[in-house]
Every structure is written in C-alpha cells, then in structure tokens.
Design a protein around this ligand. Structure first.
Ligand SMILES: Nc1ncnc2c1ncn2[C@@H]1O[C@H](COP(=O)(O)OP(=O)(O)OP(=O)(O)O)[C@@H](O)[C@H]1O
Ligand SMILES: [Mg+2]
Length: 519
C-alpha cells in the first residue's frame, strides 16, 4: 500500500515536471518568431507531442467579430477555412462567455458542431474536448480547443488549468503581435502619405524661374529623366542642385521607388564605404548585424551623391566599379550584389582642378561626366530673382500666418543690386527673415538683413559697417512713420516714441523729403 502511494507520488511529480517543460517549450515557440500563425501551429504540435492532444485548434476573433481558425493541428485535409459566429458551437460559446467548457464524451454532446474535420483514423474513436478562452484585457479574443483521447479516469480540473496557462501565454503573443501590426500599419500609412507629399513637393512645378538658363534646365530635366543616364549637376552652393536632382527622379519611371541621398562631405572617410555599400555582420567591431547600404536602399530608384567632389580615393575606386559594372559587395562580404540604381551626382567643386591635383580619379571623372547640367548662380539670372522672391514671400507668409502682400520698391532695388553669394538659399533665408520681421503688409528695406542694406549704394558688398546699417534702418523707420502720419512730424515722433526735435534733426540728416508723404 505504502509502496503504491510512493509510486503514485513519483508519477505525479513526473507529470508535473512534464507539464512544466511543455510550458517552457510553448513559451519558447511563442517568443521565437514574429510569425503568429507559425508559432501557434508550433504550440499545437508541442501539445500533441507532450500532452497527447489528438487535435488542436486556435481560433481568434477577426475584425468583423467572426471567429477564425488561426492554427490547427491533427485535423484532416480541411480545405476551407473554418469559421464560427460568436456564440455558435462550443468554441463560440467559450469566447462569448470567456469561460472554459469541457465535453467529457464528444459523441454525447449535441452542441458539438464537428465543423473542423478530424483525422480519418480517429473518426470512430471516443474523444474528450477541452476549450479554454484566450483572454486579452479581460475580454475573450479567441479560444484554444483541444481534443484528448477519452479516458474514464481523467480529471479535467488539471487539464483546464494547464490549457488555461497555455491560453494566457498565447494571449500575450497575440497582444504583442497586434501592437506590432498596428505600428506597421501606422508606418505604412505614414510612408504612403510622405511619399505623396514628397512627390508633390519635388514636382517640376516647384522649380521656380523663367530665365533662359532655367528654361534650359527644364528641358534637360525632361530630356534625361526617362533615361537611366548618370547625371552630374554642377553649380555654386545654394543654386538648387538638389532640387533639380529631385525633379529628375520624380519625373522618371523610378518615381515610385526610393530617392536616397548621400552627403559625401558629411560622412567621415571611415564611414562612407559602409554607408554606401552596407556591411556584413562582424565586418568590424560594432558590426553586430548586417546592414544595408544606400545603394541597396535605393534599389530600383535613384541614388543622389551630393558633394561628389569630396569622396576619398579608396571609395572612388568602388564607385567607379558600381558605375561600370553595376555591382558591388558589402563591406566584409563576398556576395556580389547587383545594383539597379540611377545615379545623380552633384558638386560645387571645380572637378577639373581636383583632377589635376590628383584628388579625383580621371576615370571616375569621365564616368560621371556623361550628362552634365550647369546651374548658373543667381546673380547671373536676375530675371528669376523677383519670381523667386515672390515665391518665397508667398510660401513664408502662409507658413508663418502673416498677411504680407508685397515687397516695396526700395526693398526690391536692394534685392536686385545684391550679388547673392549664397544664391537661392540665401534669398530664401533673407525672405523668411523679412517675413518674420515685418509687422505690416509690405516688406520694407529695413526688414532685409544688414548685408543688403548698403548694397544699393555700392553694387556689391561683402562688408558692412554697423553705422551704415543702423543709419539705413533708422531712415527706413522714419520714412515708414512719416508715411503713416502723412508727413506729420509730431505724430511720427510719438509713433517712434521720440521727440519732434530729434525727428526734425534726422529728417535733415537723411535728407528725407517730407512733402512726399503729404498726400
Ligand atoms: N529654382 C528654384 N526654385 C525654387 N526654389 C529653389 C530653386 N533653386 C533653389 N531653391 C531653394 O533653395 C534652397 C537651396 O537649394 P538646394 O539645396 O537644391 O541647393 P544646392 O545647389 O544643393 O546647394 P549646396 O551645394 O549648398 O548643397 C532650397 O531650399 C531650394 O528649395
Ligand atoms: Mg545640395
């Protein structure tokens, strides 16, 4: 008798150990992959192998409130996906009530729908059925249903508890999966939206300018966009090289594929190769996993190599190979990767000089020099200047919610006589600054930065004295105030929070003709 008891205890302990190891395997299966269906299927296989389940089903509620079988093990060749309505059949009832149901003898249960087929060899065998809810945030989101061989001695209490634990592990996996799914969907939406926005922003129509050189650029963009030719865009800093690269991409057949930019000058020599070509796991210390380079990211699309004149000689060799053979290897890798990428390069450097100085390989220079576009500096296309200024005025007035309508004639004179060493970018910044400084409807000379203040007088200016800048600003303020008060000096003085005596003095000093304002 005592011996029997001991045997019983050992058996119980063994069963307990068996259950724990099953649970461990289940948890590993659920955390091992991001593919929910596959991991659920693996869980059912483990339950079959370790727990003697002859059939298993995991059903989950879908968005339409229908129960759908996510994974099944031990069912026949069921062709169609099995579905239940909420409350329908035993599984449906379990989900509706969030309570487990046990059917000790399936053959005696009229509620059993037999919807999921069984393996033929089990067709005539008596089975027991255990179904537990999968509960997430206190709501059942599905059910785990298990068939066991009928055994008159079986106590179902333990089985229900055990499968309950498995179901709660599944619930955690479902939760994580849904979070990831949600994130993925959000990112996808965002991506589509951003792509559309990019396309609109870099559409052809965003290139402003009607001067001869700009018209020639539009023609060139149209001409080259639909080919796969390498394009080199040259021009001073801020002339719009990047904008032109965008225009080429978004007018090409690759428009729906990525446009990837690499700023060669911004990357240190040690990083540029792995940025461009990617690296394999373990290629260098810190390379913990494989990383795709920009060439791979741009697959099917366009790679924009900005500041190509700043690439080091070792990288130049590799670039040359991609340009010639359209293939490359990742850093530390042996696999040769084909690159289907259109290249656009840009530079503000004198490439010929760099070549003569031995900084640029001659063969690379000729490879890049296939279709060259020269963007002239802004000072050589004055015709575009006012168009651009108006374009930026409208843009920034809208962006900063300012009711600004126009630029005053003296301010226009200042804009046109300045030599714009920073080109369109400098003009853009100048107008934004002016919009922020302006509190009326018109941009005046004093809203422009000091570098432009004396440009009118000297034609080109690189240096400006504080005194001149302050004087110009003061004169502008005075004229503005006198205009507002229709030449009334006393009122103008009050507007400017000063005395009439000072206003009179400054009017004489700056030679302002007050009669002009007495309209
Ligand atoms: N024709 C144009 N129409 C409208 N905006 C322009 C035009 N040209 C340049 N811009 C604007 O001027 C700014 C500078 O242009 P971009 O960055 O393309 O110049 P870049 O030639 O690449 O300069 P860098 O050599 O300094 O990189 C951008 O904000 C761009 O939108
Ligand atoms: Mg640029």
């Amino acid at each position: 008798m005592a011996r029997d008891k001991n045997v019983g205890r050992t058996d119980a302990r063994q069963r307990e150990a068996q259950r724990l190891s099953t649970l461990l395997e289940v948890s590993q299966a659920l955390s091992g992959t991001l593919n929910l269906k596959a991991s659920l299927h693996r869980v059912l296989e483990i339950l079959a192998a370790q727990y003697g389940a002859v059939r298993g089903l995991v059903s989950l509620l879908d968005a339409g409130g229908e129960l759908r079988v996510e994974a099944a093990d031990g069912i026949g060749e069921a062709g169609r996906p099995v579905r239940y309505q909420l409350g329908e059949g035993i599984t449906g009832r379990v989900v509706e009530s969030a309570k487990p149901i046990v059917v000790p003898r399936v053959s005696r249960e009229p509620a059993f729908l037999h919807r999921a087929a069984r393996r033929p060899e089990l067709a005539h065998e008596e089975l027991s059925f255990v179904c537990v809810p999968i509960v997430l945030n206190r709501r059942a989101v599905g059910a785990l249903a298990i068939d066991l061989k009928f055994d008159p001695e079986r106590t179902f209490n333990r089985s229900v508890k055990f499968f309950g634990v498995v179901a709660s592990m599944i619930a955690q996996a479902v939760k994580i999966h849904r979070l990831i799914d949600e994130d993925k969907r959000r990112l996808l939406d965002e991506n589509t939206h951003l792509r559309q926005e990019l396309k609109e922003r870099y559409d052809f129509s965003n290139l402003v300018g009607s001067s001869g050189p700009m018209r020639q650029i539009y023609e060139q963009v149209t001409q080259v966009a639909r080919t796969n030719t390498t394009v080199l865009v040259r021009g001073e800093s801020g002339t719009g090289k990047e904008l032109i690269a965008h225009a080429i991409h978004y007018n090409s057949l690759r428009a729906n594929k990525p446009f990837v930019k690499v700023s060669c000058a911004a990357l240190p020599d040690s990083l540029i190769e792995s940025e461009l070509f990617g690296y394999e796991k373990g290629a260098f210390t810190g390379a913990e996993s494989r990383k795709k380079g920009r060439f791979e990211l741009a697959e099917g699309g366009t790679l924009f190599l900005d500041e190509i004149g700043d690439v080091n000689p070792a990288t130049q060799v590799k670039l040359l190979r991609v340009l010639q053979q359209r293939e490359f290897e990742r850093v530390g890798g042996i696999e040769t990767i084909k690159a289907n990428v259109r290249l656009i390069a840009a530079t503000n450097k004198d490439l010929e000089k760099a070549m003569a100085a031995g900084e640029l390989r001659e063969d690379l220079y000729y490879r890049l020099n296939v279709f060259v576009m020269f963007v002239p500096p802004l000072r050589e296309r004055k015709a575009d200047l006012l168009l651009l200024a108006d374009h930026f005025l409208e843009k920034f007035a809208r962006e900063h919610h300012r009711p600004i309508k126009r630029i005053s004639t003296p301010a226009i004179d200042m804009l046109t006589s300045y030599h714009w060493p920073g080109n369109v970018r400098e003009l853009e910044n100048t107008i934004e600054r002016a919009v922020l400084m302006c509190d009326g409807e018109v941009i005046h000379g004093h809203h422009l930065p000091p570098s432009l203040q004396t440009a009118e007088a000297s034609g080109t200016v690189t240096r400006v004295s504080l005194r001149d800048a302050v004087s110009a600003y003061e004169k502008d303020l005075l004229q503005d105030a006198l205009k507002t008060t229709r030449g009334n000096r006393a009122k103008a003085a009050r507007l400017l929070d000063t005395t009439e005596r000072i206003v009179n003095y400054k009017v004489r000093l700056y030679d302002i003709d007050v009669r002009r304002f007495r309209a």
